[in-house]
Design a protein around this ligand. Structure first.
Ligand code: FRU
Length: 477
């Protein structure tokens, strides 16, 4: 098909719809498409936004530039699901068609009040050399009608010591009050977390910066706040953390803090912190309460600026599966939400060192034991595979993409590690979905989210060092 070039800040109007339809038909022929991960019909998908269980269903929004696989004019795409298994694609929820959001409807979250879902977002507004930070709200009723608030922006401009980079409102309720976290860059070029408060979700007052006892890099994006098993958890996406031997290897990082948010003293009493995930393609997590108030999280299946083989196919990135959050010894565990196991109904057991798979969409489960001297497992073909390996002595688990023919994001390295599990045996759950892979160790004590572009033929081999037992359940919805 013939691609049309659009100006970077073009928003979708009716006149574009026939072209976008043609584009999505082109994308639907891509050899790298997943079956059970959310991905864009065309163009670029990034952060999950406004995640909510509202009106008896899951409402997921996401950052979307539909015209090209680049970071252009951001819209809020929208999907709903009753069960997290089947998704219904809805019309675009937020189109940046107002002057105050002339450079895009950026990320934010949502909160329910009085039977309405309030969608908070950053109205991206660029000046010649800077940005004027503006936060906005749109209100959705139970019929799915969305209206931008007439007095938007609800916050306009930056506090004194902050730059124009302030974004990604995350609103939550504590007691009788609402609070909004915002990610920011201070004039001293440090990541900052700002707090506002409101009684009605419309009028907001600035409270100041929350003192965080961690390295915040040069900018914080996408804050989240959630209570998990009685503790406060903050999730942040800092930019510019220095790479350590085994940590912070991606262009940008996502970290969690467990402890207590002390609003009175504008500080976070930290008990534990770590990276949320150890994979190559993970960023901008958003936490939310699912059905029955279950603490959950979805993240962008991507990170920063990367060239990917799907660029020429006119789509890029996706979202992780929905994850459930738990705390184990103050560690934040994120594991695929149990509902999703119903996607894998073709159940099989194995006891061997090589499995020939029936397809490239499955959930494989096995244990790795120190005593068995089983050191690695490989996914792919003889000279084209990715590997998960286990160093029991050092207690390090590694994902290695160096034996793939088609390598991506090489500048940020080909291996990723997780350390400190301290076990003689690891429980491993791997969800493969063509080019989308999610690995979980010990039910989410550690995880690796990443892309691999080698399984685009239907079947391949999974090979262990020695015979191993386990189950492989294929996607067959
Ligand atoms: C994070 C981010 C957010 C911003 C959005 C724009 O990936 O940069 O800070 O709101 O993406 O798409």
């Amino acid at each position: 098909m013939k691609f049309k070039k659009v100006e970077k800040y073009t928003y979708v109007e009716d006149k574009h719809k026939p072209y976008l339809k043609e584009l999505s038909e082109f994308v639907s022929k891509s050899e790298y498409l997943p079956k059970y991960h959310i991905y864009p019909k065309s163009g670029l998908m990034n952060d999950p936004n406004g995640l909510a269980y509202f009106n008896g269903e899951y409402n997921f929004f996401y950052q979307w530039f539909p015209f090209e696989p680049t970071h252009g004019m951001k819209h809020w795409g929208y999907l709903t699901s009753k069960d997290l298994l089947t998704w219904e694609e809805k019309d675009i929820a937020l189109t940046p068609d107002m002057e105050y959001e002339k450079n895009g409807c950026y990320s934010g979250n949502s909160i329910e009040k009085g039977g309405l879902l309030y969608l908070f977002y950053t109205a991206n507004y660029k000046t010649e050399n800077d940005r004027i930070p503006k936060q906005a709200v749109a209100i959705m009723d139970k019929g799915g009608n969305i209206e931008k608030y007439i007095n938007n922006p609800i916050i306009d401009g930056a506090p004194d010591n902050m730059t124009g980079d302030i974004r990604d409102p995350f609103v939550f309720r504590k007691g009788e009050k609402y609070y909004m976290l915002l990610g920011a860059k201070s004039k001293k070029e440090k990541g900052a977390l700002l707090l506002y408060t409101s009684e009605d979700l419309l009028i907001w007052n600035y409270m100041g910066e929350i003192n965080l006892p961690i390295d915040t890099g040069y900018m914080l994006e996408c804050p989240s706040f959630i209570e998990v098993e009685g503790k406060d958890v903050i999730i942040l996406s800092p930019m510019g953390l220095e790479k350590e031997e085994l940590k912070y290897q991606n262009q940008f990082s996502t970290v969690y803090l467990v402890g207590k948010l002390d609003i009175e003293n504008m500080k976070f009493d930290l008990e534990y912190m770590d990276e949320v995930d150890n994979g190559f393609d993970f960023y901008a997590s958003q936490a939310f309460y699912g059905k029955d108030n279950k603490p959950m999280m979805v993240s962008w299946f991507g990170c920063g600026e990367q060239d990917l083989p799907t660029d020429k196919e006119m789509w890029k990135h996706g979202l992780t599966m929905p994850h459930t959050l738990r705390l184990v010894e103050n560690r934040l565990c994120n594991f695929v939400s149990e509902e999703l196991n119903d996607l894998f109904n073709d159940k099989n057991e194995f006891d061997s060192n090589i499995i020939k798979t029936k397809s490239n969409s499955y959930h494989i489960k096995f244990n790795m034991r120190k005593e068995d001297e089983n050191k690695w497992v490989r996914f792919g073909y003889e000279n084209d595979y990715w590997e998960l390996n286990f160093d029991f002595d050092k207690n390090v688990i590694q994902v290695d993409r160096s034996n793939l023919k088609l390598k991506v994001d090489i500048n940020n390295g080909l291996k990723r590690c997780a350390e400190g599990l301290n076990k003689e045996e690891y429980k491993v759950d791997i969800y493969v979905d063509n080019s989308f892979v999610e690995v979980f160790i010990n039910e989410g004590m550690k995880s690796f989210v990443f892309r691999c572009f080698n399984l685009n033929n239907e079947e391949h081999n999974i090979q262990f060092t020695h015979a191993n037992k386990g189950s492989i359940n294929y996607y067959n919805k």
